[in-house]
Design a protein around this ligand. Structure first.
Ligand code: NAI
Length: 304
């Protein structure tokens, strides 16, 4: 291993400055929630156009939050939005943006080499005490952490989409994550008004580890001609009390994302192979470019 636990550095007990890498769907949501709860946040992406998209995501989400908080009071709505945005800076300079960070949260593309490359650079640019986290859904946190010399200050903070609405954060500790790093991460989640749960560095952590095999088995029921997607969705909503059926959920998550996760787990070989066996129905839809909601069609059709 590239790091040793003997040179442990105290993680910050009172995180103030957070730098978020990636201003996409997840990154923008994390920036918003952190800024709303008083953290000083820097949002980093590759170019100004990407940052603008992130700011737009935050802008329209904040409008909804402000309306809900102060339904009849336009002045208070404006104040909430301005107060939140005053806590957000943007940057395309990864090194400069990490200089004052107490915590770095990475939410860039789901690619191990890209994430490792970024963290290796940040390991040199960020303060010694800064905590590093990845929001990855499918990559081992320990593999990303290997690119740095701060395995004791490295963990996973796995948020859920849409970040402003979803209360849960899975806090992942690797074998190297120190107790005070872990405690700091729990504290950050609580200050973001989220509910943290703790999980070891295992495929899918808790939520996806259970959800993905369940969704794959739903596909197999359809493939065997036993029930239709619509009937399975109705069954799971009315019979199991789930807010969305597995096909509605698959379309929401993105069929390409689901396939990416399952293919990755199969290759990794840490999960019972029957649970992640390929399903032709899924592979065909993805090959045809039908990714679910985001492409307008998956198991259901959507107005784009
Ligand atoms: P996205 O594609 O919406 O956004 C990724 C952003 O990262 C893009 O704006 C891209 O320009 C930027 N980026 C790429 N390389 C960069 C670099 N070196 N420095 C700075 N910015 C860079 O992706 P999304 O959906 O927000 O996912 C991001 C991460 O969050 C992934 O690791 C994914 O597995 C994870 N995740 C996604 C969830 C989802 O429902 N979409 C749920 C939970 C986790």
């Amino acid at each position: 291993l590239a790091f040793s636990t003997s040179s442990q550095v105290q993680a910050p007990t009172n995180v103030k400055n957070i730098t978020v890498f990636g201003s996409g769907l997840m990154g923008a949501g994390i920036v918003q929630v952190a800024a709303q709860n008083g953290f000083q946040v820097t949002m980093v992406d590759l170019n100004e156009a990407a940052l603008k998209r992130g700011q737009d995501i935050i802008g329209s989400s904040l409008k909804r939050v402000a309306k809900k908080a102060h339904p009849e009071d336009a002045a208070k709505q404006k104040e909430l939005i301005e107060k939140t945005m005053a806590n957000v800076k943007t940057s395309t300079d990864s090194e400069a943006a990490s200089k004052d960070a107490d915590l770095i949260i990475e939410a860039i593309v789901e690619n191990l080499e890209t994430k490792q490359k970024l963290f290796s650079l940040l390991d040199k640019a960020a303060p010694e005490h800064a905590l590093f986290c990845s929001n990855t859904s499918s990559l081992p946190i320990g593999d990303i952490a290997k690119a740095t010399k701060r395995g004791d200050r490295f963990g996973g903070l796995h948020f859920f989409n849409p970040v402003p609405q979803m209360k849960l954060v899975e806090v992942i500790r690797t074998e190297q994550t120190s107790q005070d790093s872990f405690d700091s991460l729990l504290d950050v989640c609580n200050r973001m008004k989220k509910t943290p749960v703790s999980c070891k560095d295992t495929p899918g952590f808790i939520v996806n580890r259970l959800l993905v095999p369940y969704m794959m088995e739903s596909l197999r029921i359809v493939e065997r001609g036993e029930a239709s997607p619509k009937d399975i969705d109705v069954a799971m909503k009315l019979g199991a009390g789930f807010p969305m059926g597995p096909f509605e959920l698959a379309d929401f998550v993105g069929l390409d994302t689901m396939k990416f996760i399952v293919d990755g787990w199969r290759k990794e070989g840490k999960i019972d192979e029957n649970l992640v066996a390929p399903v032709k129905l899924l592979d065909d839809l993805v090959a045809e470019g039908n990714f679910g909601r985001k492409s307008g069609k998956g198991f259901y059709e959507y107005n784009k």
